[in-house]
Design a protein around this ligand. Structure first.
Ligand code: DX5
Ligand code: ZN
Length: 223
């Protein structure tokens, strides 16, 4: 586990008319989470590669791209080539996750695999050694501001156990409904990267919200 929990504010909850300023408001975050939605894999539509390139140029924080799109093998490497720190694709959308991971790493990014709340880890245990990040969705992907689904926590515990026993080497990331009321459960279960959209951008002082979430997660994971 990294020494300090990583906090990744989600730009989905930011003001889309001011993306550069919104990225700069969270300069003390670890990663800036960038939710790409295509209105096919999920019902919502957000932004794509040209916007990512513009945000990347303006952001003091490395980008964590979460692709909620169909045919990620075709589109994901472009985000890595554009300089994303981490690019995550959905397991449910991937015919060959191993090939996508190799392309992402070859382009210089960390490779991430995401699973929806109803997707068990079991089907992906053999491909996870090729990945650097496992994103466990704690809401149904598509929208910010939804309620945390605690039934996803056994997957977080299982992933943490696989990492702690040396079977996998990856970040365990949680995304959806993470806020002051839920981050401790996720941290205690073993997550080390925490995406937070409304809890950071909905706060009066995003920098303070990030610091508070980080402190809560650090305390909770020490038990
Ligand atoms: C949902 C996105 C999340 C979203 C989280 O599909 O993947 O990253 O921004 O938003 P909150 O933190 O408000 O649940
Ligand atoms: Zn996301």
């Amino acid at each position: 586990m990294p020494s300090s929990p990583l906090i990744a504010p989600s730009l989905l909850s930011a003001d889309f008319a001011r993306l550069a300023e919104e990225a700069q408001r969270v300069a003390d975050a670890d990663w800036l989470h960038f939710d790409v939605m295509d209105a096919h894999f999920v019902p919502n539509l957000t932004f794509g590669l040209p916007v990512m390139q513009a945000v990347r140029a303006a952001s003091p924080v490395p980008l964590d791209c979460h692709l909620m799109i169909e045919d990620p093998a075709r589109w994901a490497p472009g985000y890595a080539e554009a300089g994303a720190r981490n690019v995550t694709v959905h397991a449910e959308a991937c015919a060959d996750p191993r090939a996508v991971a190799r392309d992402l790493r070859a382009a210089g990014a960390l490779a991430g695999l995401a699973v929806k709340p109803g997707t068990p880890l079991e089907g992906y245990l053999d491909v996870l050694p090729e990945f650097d990040t496992l994103l466990i969705m704690t809401v149904e992907p598509g929208f910010g501001g939804q309620e945390f689904i605690a039934e996803t926590l056994p997957k977080v515990r299982r992933a943490r156990e696989l990492v702690d026993t040396g079977h996998l080497t990856l970040f365990v990331e949680v995304d959806g409904g993470i806020n002051a009321d839920t981050i401790e459960q996720a941290a205690a279960a073993g997550a080390d990267v925490f995406v937070a959209g409304s809890a950071v951008y909905g706060a009066d002082d995003p920098a303070r919200a990030i610091a508070a979430l980080r402190a809560q997660a650090a305390a909770a994971r020490q038990g």
